[in-house]
Ligand binder design. Sequence first.
Ligand code: PMP
Length: 361
Amino acid sequence: DSFFEQVPLAPPDVIFHLTATYKADTFPQKVNLGVGAYRTDKGKPWTLPVVKKADEILHNDPNLDHEYLPIKGIPTFTAASAKLMLGADSVAIKERRVAGAQSISGTGAIHLGALFLSKYYPKGAVAFVSNPTWANHKAIFNNVGIEVADYPYWNPATRGLDIDGFLGALNAAPNGSIIVLHACAHNPTGVDPSHEQWTAIADVMQAKKHFPFFDCAYQGFASGDLAADSWSVRHFVDRGFEIFVGQSYAKNFGLYGERCGCLTAVTRDTVTAKRVDSQFEKLQRSEISNPPAYGARLVNIVLNDPVLFAEWESDLRTMSGRIIDMRDKLYKKLIELDTPGQWNHIVDQIGMFSFTGLKGR
Ligand code: PMP
């Protein structure tokens, strides 16, 4: 007899299983289009030059040790992360109504936010995610007991945004629903709302008192411009929304394996921010005790040094520029080959993902 008799066999994770199979494959011209990780022209991972520099600085620091970080992480890191997301001149930051915790990359940020909502958000509220979305969204919310539904997003006919379906679902959702929004570079479609569409989304969400939970895994990686890529988040905050935003530094710093991210909450006032912050700390303690130091130390160095920050922006332009260039090349080739159909969505989409409109076999 086993205690584990009742444990069903789970299927392997599709994306990471594909990566393992890809690694094992000896075919010389193999290409992995599955996992969302940046590659160079040679198909290799890229360590950002600015990260190498930060690494040098870190290792030459005579005071470097391996003590625990504070429970909520490096304070200058979380402060710089909020500034990066909300803007250096953010009114919410000035008014000290921002709370935050360093997290286990973007996944951990969303998890911590979801866990908080499972405890302190009105019971029974449903989290709405885009259809389609990053596969982990549903699992993360379900794991903390929050039911997940979806809102229409992808319009196969236009290979663009189904804005009418999206707004209709926001209107039909019970007041005060949790709405998970991709801040930029939507995964997996590559389709982002325009500023006008974001404004319309915010209008409905304000009327319906929905709670925006932004997932921002690609800031600076989409357009190459950090402010442009966080326009949606800043727009909601400017309009007075209270929000959560989960940040990942996996892609924009190329720190995939270091698990470095941040959960930021913008709240109504300072007192509220303090209460929320105290619960982030309490939840984090029981979940992971202390976040990992290495990646956050690197990001902390770069975000708080104007010269390195400028270098980072240049590295971001290298990555986003290459992606835009690849889209362009694919588009031109399709046209050159007289491929039947419309292909402008390939270049209209943004970030590292693309819904090509091609059907699998
Ligand atoms: N959200 C989205 C939409 C993503 O694509 C990813 C990365 N694939 C993440 C969050 C978080 O990833 P990580 O935990 O590696 O930062």
